[in-house]
Ligand binder design. Structure first.
Ligand code: NOJ
Length: 554
């Protein structure tokens, strides 16, 4: 059993956690000062979003130097002190490892721009000639994946994300080796795990083929079959991961596999695959698209969670990975609106959903502030998003009759950036996050601060502390998961270990009743109105409960 088989992970967005020097940007020393808070919360590992030197085009996912800390975050000495302090507190550290691309300011890319003679030209993907794009493939950040070589060769270079984030050429063994060295550097420092950012994209199909659906043919379109989950991803990463596992047998490899379905997730995480220990998929949350307004572009409209489909999805992931690997369990991250904005309409529902998610079999990843019930910020205007897709949406929505204010308000609930707001520590100026001006500002729903919630046994924070303590029990770590057949309006499962049995029951909306498996139960944790009468359990609207069967020994 490895340490990470029982990890309870806290995703910490360093820019927004705690500023220690008044520049409005969270930093490493700020995080270090808050370790007692994390310890009291009960989590056992943290995943830090990127902290390396970066022009911050994509909040640190554009790395210019993998071996140095971004000056806004601190120094390498601060990083060493932070890792040591986490370890002293018994908390494991997982770093974001950005391996699919670098910043265009990375010395490799700068050198590559010298032309065909550069030793680094083949570290990146240059193709085409006379300024013609090799294909119509679209970038995740809008527009084409191809950008003209600024040095005027007539070729284009490939970027799946922003044009200032050129993709590395993993077909080149030197790239694979160089990235292995980066991982080695951090693992030697004592880091316990790596989150492999966007690893499913490192392999690309033959570059000069158009995706068939585009109208007209040259329009950039998302072309995932040509650059996601191709078989070479596994071919190239297997020796890479094996090297890390050989040198650091305890290392935790957490892959970001956004579009992986459950079978791919199984392929990436099966113990004999020699790849990841666990993956994060974005396929966990099926959307209900029935309410979309056909007049508006779809991207930033609300996509409510389809709860019955979600229940089925969760059950399928639980069953498929049972006995094979640990699924990750999460509700939010920095790439999506927060739980309290996207799904839950009340703090109480958010707590029921947390209970539902995290007590399943797998590894919780709790996004910072979720434990407080934090929701998205409301940003002041389209420009504040710094994202051309938002400007385009607001323009189109306005043309379709929406006011610009309403459009910005809508995007504030559906875009990723407003989910990255500062942590509210207390009720003073800037809520204790900074003595300066926070890097991201906007109207925030009135969520009680850490200080206030810590003093209130009925707070969301207190609920999460209890939930995390429960998750640490062997029953919820190692017990089997079994889905109970109930109405669409509830999600009910058992966890069983030896003779110990717990039932986790959550209403997916209106009041509902559930017939429990035989036995006498008492509640370990409740959220909302719950009534137990013999085998009949009544859950009030959005309520949830964890019940333990009496008389068994865990
Ligand atoms: C996934 C990260 O989570 C996201 O924030 C980032 O924009 C892309 N990868 C590119 O690194």
């Amino acid at each position: 059993m490895a340490w990470y088989d029982h990890a309870i992970i806290y995703q910490l967005y360093p820019k927004s956690f705690q500023d220690s020097n008044g520049d409005g940007i969270g930093d490493l020393n700020g995080i270090r000062a808050r370790i007692p808070y994390l310890k009291a919360l009960g989590i056992t590992a943290v995943w830090l979003n990127p902290v390396f030197t970066s022009p911050q085009v994509d909040n640190g996912y554009d790395v210019a130097n993998y071996y140095a800390i971004d000056p806004t975050m601190g120094t390498m000495a601060d990083m060493d002190a932070l890792i040591a302090a986490f370890h002293a507190a018994g908390i494991h550290v997982i770093l974001d490892f950005v391996l699919n691309h670098t910043s265009d300011q990375h010395p490799w890319f700068q050198d590559a721009l010298r032309g065909a003679d550069s030793l680094y030209r083949d570290y990146y993907i240059f193709a085409g000639h006379e300024g013609k794009r090799p294909s119509n493939w679209g970038s995740f950040f809008g527009g084409s994946v191809w950008a003209p070589d600024p040095s005027g060769s007539g070729q284009s270079y490939f970027h799946l994300f922003d044009r200032r984030m050129p993709d590395l050429n993993w077909a080149n063994p030197e790239v694979r080796h160089a990235m292995g060295d980066v991982a080695d550097y951090w693992l030697q420092k004592g880091v316990d795990g790596l989150r492999l950012d966007a690893f499913i994209h490192i392999a690309k199909a033959k570059l000069d083929q158009d995706f068939p659906d585009a109208v007209p043919a040259a329009t950039p379109v998302l072309a995932e079959p040509f650059y996601a989950n191709l078989p070479q991803v596994q071919t190239w990463l297997r020796p890479f991961c094996r090297r890390l596992k050989t040198d650091y047998p305890d290392v935790f490899l957490l892959g970001e596999a956004a579009s992986a379905n459950v079978n791919l997730a199984a392929a990436y995480t099966a113990p004999d695959a020699g790849l990841m220990d666990s993956v994060v998929t974005f396929r966990y949350f099926p959307d209900d698209l029935s309410g979309l307004d056909p007049q508006l572009p779809t991207q930033y409209q609300e996509h409510p969670l389809d709860l019955p489909a979600f229940k089925q999805t969760q059950a399928v992931w639980q069953q498929t990975l049972a006995g094979l690997a640990q699924p990750t369990l999460y509700w939010s991250n920095h790439d999506m609106p927060r739980l309290g904005t996207r799904v839950a309409h009340s703090a109480q529902q958010a707590q029921s959903l947390a209970m539902l998610m995290y007590l399943q079999r797998g590894l919780p990843i709790i996004y910072y502030g979720e434990e407080l019930g934090l929701t998205n910020l409301q940003l002041p205007d389209a420009a504040a998003f710094g994202d051309p897709t938002v400007t385009a949406f607001v323009t189109e929505a306005t043309a379709a009759g929406m006011t610009p204010e309403a459009a910005v308000k809508l995007v504030s609930t559906t875009h990723k950036l407003p989910a990255r707001g500062p942590m509210p520590w207390d009720d003073g100026a800037q809520r204790g996050f900074t003595t300066g001006t926070p890097w991201l500002t906007g109207a925030a729903a009135p969520v009680a601060s850490v200080a206030a919630q810590a003093a209130d046994p009925t707070s969301s924070l207190a609920f999460y502390q209890q939930l995390i303590a429960l998750k640490k029990r062997p029953l919820f770590q190692d017990g089997d998961y079994h889905l109970l057949t109930t109405a669409e309006t509830s999600y009910v499962y058992t966890r069983q270990l030896g003779s110990a049995l717990a039932v986790v029951a959550v209403a997916l909306g209106a009041t509902t009743t559930v017939t429990l498996p035989q036995g006498h139960y008492h509640a370990l944790l409740t959220s909302g109105a719950v009534h137990l009468a013999g085998p009949q359990l009544t859950l009030g609207e959005d309520a949830g409960v964890v019940l333990i069967r009496e008389g068994a020994i865990e």
